[in-house]
Design a protein around this ligand. Structure first.
Ligand code: URP
Ligand code: ZN
Ligand code: ZN
Length: 498
């Protein structure tokens, strides 16, 4: 803070005031000014008094800063490949896309302790992230020590969610390991995120396709059958439901999978669902490109067909998916990324994942809210509020409320842009959304009262973001029941330590 500004600030009632905008939260939209002091929202209303700085938001929407809850940043894949974004470029790109908080993964590879993994990721994020951050752990090696000592410790330190994989040879956990992880999560108030795809079906299909000469990138989509997703979702829900542990099925790509989630929620299971823009805005036909260019669109679960896009939209509209994330997993189209196994690698050896952290919210604002597919309040829910509630951030983030962090994105509904890779701030040379016309953009992004993005410029230094300790997962109001065999009243008093 400059000396002149500091002096003026002392004379003013507030540090910052955002005036004249249309404010929206989960269930209300209203015209108001917002006043900020010491990084927090301290007043919402009219005629609030003077401030050191005033931002005029007339004609704009003043919304909670986005929370991106599924992104891979400065993370080694299970085969050792590093994402192209580090915590600087990844967080800058997130900020330009209207986000004020990210929750990337801290990935445990086999043989690693959680302590060493978390130290590594704190070291990566702390000096670089320009916006606030937390981590989800990825668990690939649930030893007794990890389960019963390290995981409870990590949860105590505010890492209250972790992802497990039902596929990928180096990450997969079997059903017994899954039950062990779910039981610890349940006991300590954490949420298990599940990558649900049947490993055997994918391997069987992949081998047959490659053996018959169908190794080009576009066959990646065919190699991950829809049933691989629905079988695994079904199994994950059965395992979690058995012990009544909360789960979140990430990156759902099929209506069949979504229906299983919807049915489970109807049946009183503690299940959340997430989808991603790629399943709403892209389809597998687009992978039919010359040479290896289809590799740019290889992700797992894969892109589906045009009909699926509409089905996923419908499941977002009807609330089956409470979370909408980018699954930003950026790998360049070269030997450091997509083509690490060679310029003609067959699809099983192509790095999986798409970039999209900056486009997640503009796509939804433009094609969802501006086109009348979802309300502004539903946009806010998907951008921030639902994530804050589900992932233990509600005490400080996710809505425009007195006492919460002044994390705010000001959206201009009249800003029209054509997407092009050169304008995106990630460390990638392509975007899957190239050429799309977008209406509405987050023109000013504010984190704890500091302007992070303004007039297309980054206004903060590396490391401006802070680690956020997340709270345990609150399942209040979600029905659920243990399987009768686990109920001590019905099982001869056996204690399963749940
Ligand atoms: O293809 C994808 N989604 N890669 C990222 C890793 C994951 O499973 O989310
Ligand atoms: Zn995944
Ligand atoms: Zn992912």
């Amino acid at each position: 803070m400059g000396a002149r500004y500091a002096a003026y600030r002392k004379m003013s009632k507030y540090d910052l005031k955002i005036t004249g905008g249309m404010v929206a939260n989960l269930s209300e939209t209203f015209e108001a000014d917002i006043a900020v002091c010491d990084g927090r929202i301290v007043a919402i209303g009219k005629d609030l008094g003077d401030a050191g700085r005033v931002i005029d938001a007339s004609g704009k929407y003043v919304l909670p800063g986005g929370i991106e809850a599924h992104c891979h940043i400065e993370q080694e894949s299970s085969s050792g490949l590093m994402t192209s974004d580090d915590y600087y470029s990844g967080s800058v790109s997130a900020a330009f896309g209207g986000n004020t908080c990210i929750v990337p993964f801290a990935a445990q590879h086999r043989g690693q302790t959680l302590k060493s993994v978390l130290e590594l990721y704190h070291g990566r994020a702390g000096p670089k992230s320009v916006i606030d951050y937390s981590f989800h752990l990825i668990l690939s090696d649930p030893t007794d020590d990890v389960l019963h000592r390290e995981l409870p410790l990590a949860i105590e330190q505010g890492i209250t969610s972790f992802k497990v994989y039902m596929t990928y040879d180096r990450l997969i956990v079997d059903d017994t390991q899954m039950l062990d992880i779910l039981a610890v999560a349940k006991k300590h108030g954490a949420l298990t995120m599940i990558h649900a795809e049947n490993n055997a079906m994918i391997k069987w299909m992949s081998d047959k396709l490659v053996d018959s000469g169908h190794g080009a990138p576009k066959y990646h989509a065919l190699s991950h059958p829809r049933t691989a997703e629905s079988e695994a979702i079904n199994r994950a829900i059965a395992l979690a439901g058995f012990i009544d542990a909360p789960i979140l099925i990430v990156h759902v790509s099929t209506e069949a999978g979504a229906r299983i989630i919807a049915q489970a929620r109807y049946d009183g299971r503690k299940v959340f669902g997430e989808t991603c823009p790629q399943y709403m805005f892209l389809n597998a036909e687009q992978m039919d490109l010359p040479g290896m260019h289809g590799a740019k669109l290889c992700c797992s679960p894969p892109l589906r067909d045009r009909a699926s896009q509409e089905e996923i939209w419908r499941c977002l509209q009807n609330g089956t998916f409470q979370v909408y994330s980018s699954d930003h997993a950026p790998y360049k189209f070269d030997e450091t990324g997509k083509l690490h196994a060679g310029p003609d690698a067959e699809f099983p050896k192509i790095a999986n994942g798409l970039p999209g952290i900056e486009m997640r919210l503009p796509l939804l604002f433009s094609e969802g809210f501006m086109k009348g597919r979802i309300t502004l309040n539903h946009f806010v829910a998907l951008a921030a509020t639902n994530v804050s509630k589900i992932y233990g951030l509600e005490h400080c983030k996710g809505s425009i409320t007195e006492g919460k962090d002044a994390d705010i994105a000001i959206w201009d509904p009249e800003e029209i842009r054509t997407v092009t890779a050169g304008d995106i701030h990630d460390n990638m040379e392509y975007t899957p959304y190239e050429g799309m016309h977008i209406t509405g953009w987050p023109v000013t992004v504010i984190q704890r009262g500091n302007v992070v993005v303004e007039s297309n410029e980054l206004m903060v230094d590396r490391g401006a973001g802070e680690f956020v300790r997340r709270r345990t997962i609150d399942c209040t109001g979600m029905p659920g029941r243990l399987a009768p065999e686990l109920d001590p009243a019905k099982n001869f008093g056996v204690d399963f330590n749940l």
